[in-house]
Design a protein around this ligand. Structure first.
Ligand code: GSH
Length: 212
């Protein structure tokens, strides 16, 4: 069985899948695509993912796209340790939290969206201000979604898909200068980054990392 992740070190969507792969203890190799220079839009990559987005995961030659779908595939194929709680209501809540980030916060920070805004005449400060507002409103709602929870992670004692999606988003928020001082979210971030799977998936540790 071979797993090849199409990734970019700074991509928060690819970061999610890197965490899930590490959490499941799976070996994988990386095909890196530099988003700054259009690596996601080459004919070879478009043949794998017509959306021109990373990540994509090749599993024995089959191609999967969309980070949440990939994480759930990994969870269903390798159920231990689980990424979703056993209880049906809790599973739905974890998924809702993950989607609040992945569907309603993260997309506005996408390179192509920011470029579209600049192409329509918004200057950099206006673009960043808009992105920050969406991120801050979204993270505040996420904090409220889990405000009655205890334990080191979003939904208690165990890592779930919610943590996998939250951690890259916190880093992304900082890059945009958005506020991240939600005490519970910051505590979860600290706990998660101390977990080996999260630590191994950090952007700066990836082979294609290029902070220049
Ligand atoms: N919903 C997708 C989002 C993927 C995504 O937005 N990827 C970004 C990097 S985080 C990307 O490839 N951006 C390239 C671009 O905007 O051109 C997923 O979860 O996989």
């Amino acid at each position: 069985m071979t797993l090849r992740l199409h990734t970019y070190w700074r991509s928060s969507a690819a970061w999610r899948v890197r965490i899930a792969l590490a959490f499941k203890g799976l070996d994988w190799d990386a095909a890196a695509h530099d988003l700054r220079t259009g690596g996601q839009s080459t004919p070879d990559y478009l043949a794998l993912n017509p959306q021109a987005l990373v990540p994509a995961l090749e599993v024995d030659g089959d191609v999967l796209t969309q980070s949440l779908a990939i994480c759930e595939y990994l969870d269903e194929r390798w159920p231990q340790p689980p990424l979703l709680p056993a209880d049906l209501l809790e599973r739905a809540r974890v998924r809702a939290f993950a989607m609040a980030v992945a569907c309603d916060i993260h997309p506005v920070q996408n390179l192509r969206v920011l470029r579209m805004l600049r192409a329509r005449g918004l200057d950099q400060a206006a673009v960043n201000g808009w992105a920050c507002e969406v991120v801050e409103t979204g993270l505040a709602a996420c904090a409220r979604l889990i405000e009655d929870r205890t334990g080191p992670y979003c939904f208690g004692e165990a890592v779930t898909l919610a943590d996998i999606v939250l951690i890259p988003q916190m880093a992304n928020a900082r890059r945009f200068g958005a506020r991240v001082d939600y005490p519970r979210l910051e505590a979860i971030e600290a706990a998660a980054l101390a977990h080996p799977a999260f630590a191994a998936a950090r952007p700066e540790l990836q082979a294609d990392a290029d902070p220049s």
